[in-house]
Design a protein around this ligand. Sequence first.
Ligand code: ZN
Length: 96
Amino acid sequence: MKVINAMEILVEEALMNYWGQLQLPCKCEICKTDVYAITLNNLPPRYVSNEDGYAYVKAQNFDDQSRVNILNQIVKATGIVATRPSHEIEPSSYSE
Ligand SMILES: [Zn+2]
C-alpha cells in the first residue's frame, strides 16, 4: 500500500512560485527546506491513494480557500525561519 500526501506537492509548488518574493535574510536550500517543513507541519495532510487522487485534490484546490491558507502558512513559516535560521548566517548578509 502506498499513499502520497497531496499537501506536500501543493506546498512545494506554491513555495517554488513564491520563493522569489519571500523576505528572508538567507535563501539557501536549508532555509527553503525549513520553510517547507514548518509549513507542512501547520497544514492538515491530504493523503491520496494514487495520482488520480492527487489530480482531484489539485483541481479542487485551485480556487479553494485552502490555496490562500497554504500561502498564509508559507508566509508564517518564512517569518519563523527569518528570525531563527537553523544555521549560521554571515553577518554581512544578516540584518536585524
Ligand atoms: Zn540559509
